[in-house]
Design a protein around this ligand. Structure first.
Ligand code: PLP
Length: 457
């Protein structure tokens, strides 16, 4: 029986009765009823009430090539018929992860030639943490096992992901995080730069918070620094250009590994395959997922640098770690096809040279002047809109986050899917957006801002 045999109300009732959702207040959900998305095509999603919504979030930062691509469905179907599953444990392999690994090594930064697969970004970060700690143990430095992260970082939702992340609400619910992980300030100039402090100086100061922590606990005790090139779920916080070079200098000086989390930024969003390339960062591990398959299948790939891989391979013996679905043949077949489409259609070049700059200009010219907007910023196809009560003083509406939720709800009601983190509206479109789609999005965002302004009078 298919869902078409049910009314929307029936689906909502069943959902409320049996389905626990991620990041959801279930009392709220039961009062409001879930929004049931039934199908999607290109840049649009459609809900069971018949609404067409422009998806400004690419699903959850993942649907890079847009919805309804038959080629991905065909790749999955063909692979399922030939070999739906076999594992890659115990010296077995299957063709699609082999070929995907070769392709990933080709597009990755040149010091990255090995990948480890999982099904989610959280799993990949779990693997990354295990790998860097194991690396230092194999190098004869088992005490070099602390990791430095940032406030408001998001690295996933398993206990490791939440512990690496810097979301206070998540830590409050953990009942004990993974030990030896510290969090320092984030490079968020809009709220944290001091009056008169230049972006450049602020970027250096934010990076030196990492150095301070290394000096506080001793470099012999610090395994790695982990960071998203641009903090995504934490509010699309784009660091000043001075930040990452200084982080790199600090990591090199104290021999601290650099773990990049590119679960959001990977596979084209910043106008290169990886933000490491856009920002000139040389990392020791890079976590990726999401746009690797454009969300059509669950798959993550953790890139491991030649330096780390050499130690693991030469000195490590068996690494007691892996997932049933590591290197899943169907997910890897879909990833291969997805990457082929991104390349064939020149999506990354378009974001870098044409649509990314157009989005930046549109946000500046059409959104930043609005009375409720304190700042817009973007990098490639990641954008943020800061919501304020007062542009000059940057004072926010109270309670915190309430205005952004209001704007988000108006946006959705007017056919525009946006997300809010605190007082920041977030935009992460599929890479297929054209200039016309960007114009349509801006029209709808302005409308949502105008409606919210009326409500907030
Ligand atoms: N890392 C980053 C930067 C993310 O944004 C996310 C998810 O949004 C994750 C890790 C976790 O990925 P997953 O939800 O697939 O476990």
């Amino acid at each position: 029986m298919t869902y078409q045999n049910y009314t929307l109300e029936q689906l909502q009732q069943i959902d409320a009765a049996h389905h626990l959702h991620p990041f959801t207040d279930h009392k709220d959900l039961r009062d409001a009823g879930s929004r049931v998305i039934t199908h999607a095509k290109g840049p649009f999603i459609y809900d069971a009430a018949g609404n067409e919504i422009l998806d400004g979030m690419a699903g959850l930062w993942c649907v890079a090539i847009g919805y309804g691509r038959d080629e991905l469905a065909d790749a999955a179907y063909a692979q399922m018929k030939e070999l739906p599953y076999y594992n890659s444990f115990f010296r077995c392999s299957t063709p699609t992860p082999i070929l995907l690994s070769q392709k990933l090594a080709e597009i990755a930064p040149s010091n990255m030639n090995q990948v480890f697969y999982g099904s989610s970004g959280s799993e990949a970060n779990d693997t990354a943490l295990r790998l860097v700690r194991w690396y230092w143990a194999l190098e004869g430095k088992p005490r070099k096992n602390r990791v430095i992260s940032r406030h408001m970082a998001y690295h996933g939702s398993t206990i490791t992901g939440a512990s690496l992340g810097g979301m206070q609400g998540m830590h409050d619910q953990l009942g004990g995080a993974v030990p030896n992980i510290a969090h320092v300030m984030m490079p968020y100039a809009y709220e944290l730069a001091q009056p008169g402090e230049s972006d450049h100086d602020f970027g250096l100061r934010a990076a030196r918070a990492v150095e301070d922590e290394i000096l506080r606990v001793g470099a012999d005790n610090v395994a790695a620094f982990i960071g998203e090139p641009i903090q995504g779920a934490g509010g699309v916080k784009i660091p000043p250009a001075s930040y990452w070079p200084e982080i790199q200098r600090i990591c090199r000086q104290y021999d601290v590994l650099l773990m990049l989390d590119e679960v959001i930024t990977g596979y084209g969003r910043t106008g290169d395959w990886f933000a490491a390339q856009s920002m000139g960062i040389e990392a020791d591990t890079i976590t990726t997922a999401k746009a690797l398959t454009s969300g059509y299948q669950p798959l993550s790939a953790l890139f491991v640098s030649d330096r780390v891989a050499a130690t693991i391979v030469e000195k490590g013996g068996e690494f007691y770690h892996g997932y049933t679905y590591s290197g899943h043949p169907v997910a890897c077949a879909v990833a291969l096809k997805n990457i082929e489409i991104i390349e064939r259609e020149g999506m990354i070049e378009r974001v870098r040279d044409e649509t990314g700059p157009y989005l930046a200009k549109a946000l500046k010219e059409r959104i930043e002047g609005h009375d409720l907007v304190g700042e817009v910023r973007s990098f490639g196809f990641l954008g943020a809109i800061e919501i304020v009560r007062d542009k000059a003083t940057r004072q926010r509406f109270q309670p915190g986050g309430s205005a952004a939720v209001l704007i988000r709800d108006h946006a959705i009601a007017n056919g525009m899917m946006l997300r809010a983190t605190g007082d920041t509206m977030i935009l992460s479109p599929p890479l297929i957006w054209t200039k016309e789609t960007i114009d349509m999005a801006c029209d709808r965002i302005v409308k949502a801002l105008d409606l919210a302004k009326e409500d907030l009078r």
